[in-house]
Design a protein around this ligand. Structure first.
Ligand code: PEP
Length: 215
């Protein structure tokens, strides 16, 4: 099973998101060998959930969950409140570590809350030095220099990092960082890599489709 996870980051309003899904669903996709997850900003989760009501193949995820379980934390979106709406949550993305100072301790708490509310964390690491909380089943390696820069990391280097991470065989290992339709195949033909986390190239449904078709 190969994962293709779209990280829309802070992009798209309601109309743009619905338009993306409409266009995507009109493409002749085959999903039997792949797991496709769309991670929009929070405000788009529910409308996309309604839109995908009859679709068994596209799952939804978030790009974060709160470190708090519930209560007086203005602006936070909790795993508890997301239960049943999403199946996955990206946790530990380097942009959150950098711009929101998320520490290992905070990230571990987020992972625990996600798991408690039946949300599968997609845990991002920047390299072999980042620690990985317990019970993680999906790890995404995203070297910071490769994110949004057009400088994707060589497959050999990605595999070296995977080996150093010393993951259990049960953990799925994804790569993310400047994936496009022209470099995706290099990763997908490699049995060490179980899928891709895709930012910029997931914003356009045609571009994303060209990548998932390679899976
Ligand atoms: C990301 O930020 O998760 C990512 C992989 O971005 P991009 O594909 O744009 O490099």
């Amino acid at each position: 099973m190969r994962y293709f996870i779209a990280n829309w980051k802070a992009n798209k309003n309601l109309n743009e998101a619905l338009d993306w899904i409409d266009k995507f669903l009109n493409l002749p996709s085959r999903y039997d060998r792949i797991k496709m997850v769309v991670c929009p900003p929070f405000h788009l989760i529910h409308p996309l959930k309604l839109k995908l009501r009859d679709n068994k193949f596209i799952s939804l995820g978030t790009q974060d969950v709160s470190v708090f379980e519930s209560g007086n934390y203005t602006g936070e979106v909790t795993a508890k409140s997301l239960k049943g709406l999403i199946d996955y949550a990206i946790i530990g993305h380097s942009e959150r570590r950098k711009y929101f100072q998320e520490s290992d301790e905070v990230l571990t708490k987020k992972v625990q809350l996600a798991l408690k509310y039946e949300i599968q964390p997609v845990y991002c690491v920047r390299g072999e030095k980042d620690s990985i909380p317990e019970n993680i089943k999906i790890v995404a390696y995203e070297p910071v220099y490769a994110i949004g820069t057009g400088q994707n990391e060589d497959v050999e280097k990605v595999i070296e990092v995977k080996k150093k991470l010393n993951l259990s065989e049960k953990v799925s290992f994804l790569y993310g960082g400047s994936i496009t339709e022209s470099n995706a195949q290099d990763y997908l033909v490699n049995s060490y890599i179980d899928g891709l986390l895709i930012g910029g190239s997931s914003l356009d449904p045609d571009e994303f489709f060209k990548i998932i078709k390679l899976g």
